[in-house]
Write a protein that binds this ligand. Structure first.
Ligand SMILES: *[C@@H]1O[C@H](CO)[C@@H](O)[C@H](O)[C@H]1NC(C)=O
Ligand SMILES: *[C@@H]1O[C@H](CO)[C@@H](O)[C@H](O)[C@H]1NC(C)=O
Ligand SMILES: *[C@@H]1O[C@H](CO)[C@@H](O)[C@H](O)[C@H]1NC(C)=O
Ligand SMILES: *[C@@H]1O[C@H](CO)[C@@H](O)[C@H](O)[C@H]1NC(C)=O
Ligand SMILES: *[C@@H]1O[C@H](CO)[C@@H](O)[C@H](O)[C@H]1NC(C)=O
Length: 950
């Protein structure tokens, strides 16, 4: 018995201590993983993880084992894993040193058991949708050297404190989250081993702690897109290993510490969009390693650091909007690798060096708005990669070198506002010009007919020169043209009817010339046109019969012989022999004033009632004006009038079919915009109309939203309305989108932000207010952008009170090209009309052009086989590089939303609220296929199937 029992015991011991033990453990590691795999909503994505394969789980996909067969690495990046981590118990994986789950769509919390992994050195869980709201139970992980939580869905919270105790970290990436609060001092005192610190795209506030100077190993520092303020600590100049520094898009101020970058290794320095000032320090380029420098939108002044001239590896320099001075030919040397140089809006002097001709990699050269003099060297024609050249707003003289317009990649050429003379050069057939602006020079001679061969031209501005002769028929061949401005020249003859072939044209200005004859009736078929100006010519006869021609009353001033149904013109039945427009204006004024005076008593009664209900605004009424004013304001309407010297032209900043805008700077420094508009046509100035207008203004005064321009008050006087708003610096979305800089400065991230902002603003108007407000006129001209490219919706709710159309169209307002199709047969303006306009604006921002033609083709595209080969990437604004990563996903989603919004049936369009919510919550996921291969038609079908948004 005994030996037998011993045998069994030995066997059992053996079993427990060795084989069985190992086997059991191995199964436990594998089982822990299988349990998690089966909890995923797509377990099939880990098909190699199966029990039939369990004999050696070390061969499973993504797994690395140690020699003892225990899992040490789990590498599952970009595996489309969809689910959460609740079933992943890390206590069974205690040998793990590396965990990479990045680029999946994992949600939920990170299990606390993770911080018990006491051998973990690398943790990569970036680009998921993880939502952990509380890290307080996470313990410090001293072994961790690499941690990335980039782009997850954590709620807004302060920096998790366990991270500050991971003292062995060399790489810390917390970017694209919503961490807030100040950066603790312990960041620099504890994490002294960091080589890479990325805190970009968060909401960190306060100043950068001076302890950062302790991170002696730091090479890569990115704190861009936060809310940081204050000065940079001088200790930053101790960071001698720094190679990459991005502090852009914060609210930092003060000077850049002398000595920053003195290690001489810096190749990337970005200070864009802050309030920095002072002189750029020599230390930034002392090692001549600099390749990328962006200090745009700050208040730097003085000369550029002299070492810049010797940085032969320079690739991109952006100095836009500072106060740099000095001679441009001394500041730069030979930079054969230079790709882009943006010097716009500084005070540089000197002449253009012929050396620039050797910058054969240069793609964008923007020297706009400086004090550069002399001639344009013909060597500029040697910059064979050049795509974008702006020398606008300098004091250049001489002729435009023929060599310049032979460049085979040039799509944008802006030489406007100089003193250039001579003829317009013949543009080579191979030059793919899209934008040509030669306005504001002293160019003479005829417009060369060959310009009609530049079939890619989208914007042509030759205004304000000394051009003479006839307008060539050949301009009608520019079928992609969206803007044509030939105003303020000495052009004569008639307007060629061939221009009616410009079906994409949105803006046409032929004012201030000597053009005679009729405006061709064929122009009424130019469906994209929304802004026209024929004023101050010698035109005669009836105006064309499309809406845009009816509502643009200023477009005809100074033409004695025009007639038609537009306001201010005599109807064509009448004799057109009375002279000039002066007389017509007098008639108009009388027609407006009389009904207003007649009903002022009724108004008083109505307004008194209104006043009792609301306290935040006040209405005052005198015999000839009514004022609605936000009573909380420190300034009065009369102060505003004083600031613009009672509509002195000197304060006028914009003019169009909407009226005139003035800029009012109050003594306090506050800047306001005053919009002066005429009411709808005379028959509309009924007592009801004015009363409901004042009533609505009172509601509008209550509207407070970060993406809506603040309205402070309004005053109506003799048929004219004055609206007082906050001033928004950058002007309209349209101005920014279609400026040449729009191709660069207004990048994808900003565009996404603009669409989000507009969606939220309109959703707010539709839902959150005391009263639902339908905007009625959403267009790229009614969205303004502030200095930070933050959108501000303007002109909400007032559109319908304004003069837009001939009488038969009074109910239809909005800007042509943005109006929902149902308004052609219905007169009721619903919130779904706004949704349509929002869709058009969104597509326009994504495409960099009005989607008119695309929208026309969509109905046939979604059913037939037409458009099968159209790719999304071909539709996106090709002035920008295609978006990548998460931005690409956001843009695909935004295009889907826009397509859903532009459906013909209003009932199928999503509501603004659902759009705003979806845009906010869907911002963190990944594309299932590369952007480059996404078919536009598939996108259209998905977006219009109704599954996208409800
Ligand atoms: C087992 O895993 C290996 C390695 O991933 C894989 O090649 C093999 O196809 C798997 N076998 C089964 C039956 O899944
Ligand atoms: C970890 O690996 C060691 C061998 O390096 C092994 O002895 C131990 O059992 C493993 N731990 C687990 C939990 O598998
Ligand atoms: C921290 O890093 C150092 C150097 O790499 C290493 O010697 C040390 O063991 C690490 N500490 C921990 C707790 O892992
Ligand atoms: C971090 O370390 C400090 C000092 O060692 C300790 O008091 C604190 O509890 C630690 N915090 C965490 C979250 O580990
Ligand atoms: C951070 O965000 C949270 C949640 O929104 C908020 O409660 C907290 O006050 C914020 N902290 C700071 C410093 O802004």
């Amino acid at each position: 018995m005994k030996p037998m029992a011993l045998d069994i015991l030995v066997f059992l011991l053996f079993l427990f201590s060795h084989d069985f033990h190992l086997k059991c453990k191995a199964e436990t590691e594998a089982e822990a993983l299988l349990k998690w795999k089966n909890s995923l909503s797509n377990p099939e994505s880990l098909s190699s993880w199966s029990l039939t394969n369990s004999t050696n789980h070390c061969h499973w996909f993504g797994i690395t084992c140690n020699t003892a067969g225990s899992i040490v690495e789990l590498n599952l990046p970009d595996c489309s894993l969809d689910g959460n981590l609740d079933e992943l118990d890390f206590t069974y994986l205690s040998n793990l040193t590396k965990l990479d789950l990045s680029g999946n769509t994992l949600t939920g919390s990170i299990p606390r058991t993770l911080s018990a992994l006491d051998k973990l050195t690398s943790l990569e869980i970036s680009n998921n949708g993880l939502e952990t709201s509380d890290f307080s139970e996470f313990k410090a992980m001293p072994t961790l050297t690499h941690l990335s939580l980039r782009s997850n869905n954590f709620p807004t919270m302060e920096l998790p404190s366990f991270i500050l105790n991971c003292t062995n970290l060399t790489v810390l990436d917390l970017s694209v989250n919503e961490f807030n609060g100040t950066m603790p001092d312990s960041l620099g005192t504890n994490l002294v081993n960091l080589r890479c610190l990325n805190l970009s795209f968060n909401s960190f506030s306060g100043s950068i702690p001076s302890s950062i100077g302790n991170m002696a190993s730091l090479e890569h520092l990115d704190m861009s897109f936060n809310l940081l303020e204050g000065k940079l600590p001088s200790t930053m100049s101790q960071l001698e290993n720094l190679t990459y520094l991005d502090l852009s898009n914060n609210k930092l101020n003060g000077a850049i510490p002398a000595g920053l970058g003195q290690g001489g290794l810096l190749y990337h320095a970005d200070f864009k969009n802050n309030a920095f000032w002072g002189v750029l320090s020599e230390s930034l380029c002392s090692g001549f390693k600099l390749q990328y420098l962006d200090v745009s939108y700050n208040k730097f002044y003085g000369a550029l650091p002299s070492c810049l001239r010797n940085c032969t590896g320079l690739k991109q320099i952006v100095l836009t909007d500072n106060y740099f001075m000095g001679d441009i030919s001394k500041a730069f040397g030979l930079h054969p690798k230079l790709i882009s140089l943006y010097l716009k809006g500084n005070q540089l002097t000197g002449t253009l060096s012929t050396d620039w001709g050797q910058c054969t990699s240069l793609i964008s050269l923007i020297i706009e708005d400086n004090n550069i003099s002399g001639e344009i060297p013909k060597e500029f024609g040697n910059m064979r990669s050049l795509q974008e050249l702006s020398l606008a707003s300098n004091i250049l003289t001489g002729e435009i070198p023929q060599e310049l317009v032979n460049l085979s990649s040039l799509w944008s050429l802006k030489l406007n506002n100089n003193m250039l003379s001579g003829h317009i050069p013949r543009i080579s057939l191979t030059t793919p010009l899209i934008v040509l602006d030669l306005s504001g020079n002293k160019l003479s001679g005829q417009i060369p007919a060959e310009i009609g061969n530049s079939s890619s031209l989208s914007s042509l501005d030759l205004s304000d020169n000394l051009l003479a002769g006839h307008i060539s028929e050949k301009l009608g061949d520019l079928t992609n043209l969206m803007q044509l401005d030939l105003s303020s020249n000495e052009l004569s003859g008639s307007i060629p009817s061939s221009l009616a072939r410009l079906k994409a044209l949105q803006q046409l200005n032929l004012s201030y010339n000597n053009l005679a004859g009729q405006i061709p009736e064929a122009f009424s078929g130019m469906y994209s046109l929304y802004s026209i100006d024929f004023s101050y010519n010698k035109l005669t006869g009836p105006i064309p019969s499309a809406i845009v021609f009816y509502r643009s009353y200023e477009a005809y001033f100074g033409n004695a012989g025009l007639c038609g149904d537009a306001l201010g013109l005599l109807s064509c039945g009448f004799s057109t022999s009375d002279q000039g427009s002066h007389k017509k204006h007098t008639t108009l004024l009388i027609a407006i004033t009389v009904p207003v005076a007649g009903c002022s008593l009724m108004l008083l009664v109505a307004i008194a009632t209104v006043c009792r209900r609301h306290r935040t605004s006040k209405v005052t009424e005198t015999e000839n004006h009514s004022l609605v004013w936000d009573t909380g304001l420190k300034f009065k309407f009369t102060d505003v009038m004083e600031a613009i010297d009672d509509f002195n032209e000197a304060y006028c900043i914009g003019e169009g079919s909407f009226g005139v805008v003035y800029r009012a700077e109050l003594p306090s420094g506050q800047v306001l915009a005053v919009k002066r508009q005429h009411f709808s046509d005379e028959s509309d100035i009924q007592e009801n109309n004015v009363r409901s207008f004042l009533n609505e203004i009172k509601f509008l005064l209550e509207v407070r939203h970060r993406n809506i321009v603040k309205l402070h008050g309004a005053c109506t006087k003799k048929g004219v309305m004055h609206l007082v708003f906050d001033y928004v610096e950058r002007g309209s979305l349209g101005d920014v989108l279609y400026s040449v800089l729009g191709g660069l400065t207004f990048d994808w991230a900003m565009r996404v932000n603009v669409i989000h902002g507009v969606a939220h603003a309109v959703a707010y108007l539709h839902n959150d207010c005391l009263q639902n407000i339908v905007h009625r006129d959403i267009s790229i001209n009614n969205v303004l952008l502030d200095n930070d490219f933050e959108p501000k919706v303007s002109d909400f709710g007032t559109a319908k009170m304004l003069k837009h159309d001939a009488s038969s169209w009074t109910a239809v307002v909005g800007s042509y090209g943005y109006i929902a199709p149902e308004l052609a047969y219905m007169t009721k303006f619903t919130d779904k009309c706004d949704v349509y306009s929002f869709g058009v604006v969104t597509l326009e921002v994504m495409m960099g052009m009005h989607p008119g033609e695309l929208l026309l083709n969509l109905p046939s595209m979604s059913s037939s086989s037409q458009g099968n080969d159209l790719l999304l990437k071909d539709v996106l604004d090709n002035r920008l590089l295609p978006p990548t990563g998460q931005l690409a996903e956001q843009i695909v989603f935004i295009v889907k939303v826009a397509l859903a919004c532009t459906q013909t049936d209003p009932a199928s369009r999503p509501t603004m609220l659902s759009i705003a919510q979806e845009l906010s919550t869907r911002k963190k996921s990944y594309l299932s296929e590369p952007l480059g291969t996404i078919s536009f038609k598939n996108l259209l079908q998905v977006s219009r199937s109704g599954v996208l948004l409800k």
